[in-house]
Design a protein around this ligand. Structure first.
Ligand code: KG4
Ligand code: ZN
Length: 356
């Protein structure tokens, strides 16, 4: 059995500057010894979205303090670490480069191995850190930049079943929140507004939900919301609440209907592995969690969802995925470069057309 390892994780791919120390061994669960997340929301709020230059500068300004705090809170010195894990993409390239440079410097100075991580693998493996979920599992990955159904086969081994053909799920929440002037970030704002609204007030479209394959689409939904907003004589709080609730119901329906179909496919192709995992920022949404729990139960699946704080961006997930890759012998040289784009599945095996 592998000995317990201690890994530092660093995350700077979007608007959170994060560092964490995680301890454990695969398949988990592991221990989060420290977990610091500094959000830049206040810096980006006046612009209604993440501004890449502001993000990169903010990471530069505080990353070394955040790393020191993560090590300090964990009472761990650089010398005690087994490896340093860092997000190398996908994401905003300036921010990724800031984290990667610091991680390389620390690895070089302390003589520790470097593990360069795909941010999406961090989200994908979080349930092993929290629950020790065994491979293979069906994974719904829903974040600000992604909306995918994948089969997690093993560390570094993912098969993509479907993806969005237009907006990511989180992007749809963010754009709708902007239309409704609910502020940034949009997902939590929509969720709060939706709690006061009537989800049946508007019957918005559920694009692609009955089509072949496992792809998603949100642009028709977004257009329908825009039309409703534009034709409303006055956007009273009550109307905003109803539109937010009706949008959230439609978005959740799209995600749940595709995932239900994917569960049928997965159950047939991976008999005995009835595990469904939801990860990424949108997985923090309570209404999505409730609907998926009931869909999973009806399909005979066990649903695993990290706590909301571990669904949105953090470095504990990066430290854990780094730990898993390190144990699998996947370490990186100091020449590794930041990547703005980086699909999780190395080669897409086309099962999108598979009959569900
Ligand atoms: O995973 P994440 O923190 O960052 C990326 O890797 O993109 O996801 C951020 C996305 C944003 O679009 C945000 O609006 C959305 O997740 N989000 C939510 C909720 N919390 C965050 N969407 C719906 N409901 C939420 N409670
Ligand atoms: Zn993320």
């Amino acid at each position: 059995m592998t000995k317990s390892l201690t890994i530092l994780g660093i995350e700077t791919s979007c608007d959170e500057t994060a560092a964490a120390v995680v301890r454990g061994r695969p398949p988990g669960p592991g221990e989060i010894v420290s977990n610091i997340v500094a959000s830049q929301i206040a810096e980006h709020r006046p612009y209604g979205g993440v501004v890449p230059e502001i993000a990169a500068r903010a990471h530069v300004e505080i990353l070394d303090q955040i790393v020191s705090r993560a090590l300090g809170d964990a009472n761990v010195a650089l010398a005690d670490l087994d490896a340093i894990a860092v997000t190398a993409g996908p994401g905003l390239i300036g921010g990724v480069a800031v984290g990667l440079s610091l991680a390389k410097g620390l690895a070089l100075a302390a003589g520790k191995p470097l593990v360069a991580l795909n941010h999406l693998e961090g989200h994908a493996l979080t349930v092993r850190l929290t629950h020790g979920v065994a491979f293979p599992y069906l994974l719904l990955l829903v974040s600000g930049g992604h909306c995918q159904l994948l089969i997690a086969e093993g560390v570094g081994r993912f098969t993509r079943m479907g993806t969005t053909i237009d907006d990511a799920a989180g992007e749809a929440f963010d754009k709708t929140a902007k239309l409704l002037k609910l502020g940034f970030p949009g997902g939590p704002a929509i969720e709060r507004a939706a709690a006061h609204g009537n989800p049946k007030r508007h019957r918005f479209p559920r694009p692609l939900s009955d089509s072949e394959g496992f792809d998603f689409s949100f642009s028709g939904l977004k257009t329908a919301v825009r039309r409703t907003v534009e034709t409303a004589p006055e956007l009273t709080p009550g109307k905003v609440f109803d539109i937010a609730a009706s949008f959230q119901a439609a978005a959740v329906d799209v995600l749940v209907s595709r995932t239900t179909k994917a569960m049928e496919y997965f159950a047939r192709n991976r008999p005995g592995s009835h595990r469904l995992v939801v990860a990424g920022g949108v997985a923090a949404n309570e209404s999505l969690r409730i609907s998926l729990a009931s869909a999973a139960m009806q399909s005979g699946f066990d649903l695993f969802v990290p706590s909301p704080a571990l669904c949105t961006d953090n470095a504990a997930m990066i430290a854990w995925a780094g730990l898993e890759r390190f144990v699998a012998g996947k370490i990186d040289g100091l020449e590794v470069a930041p990547r703005a784009r980086w699909p999780l599945d190395a080669s897409r095996r086309d099962i999108a057309g598979a009959k569900a």
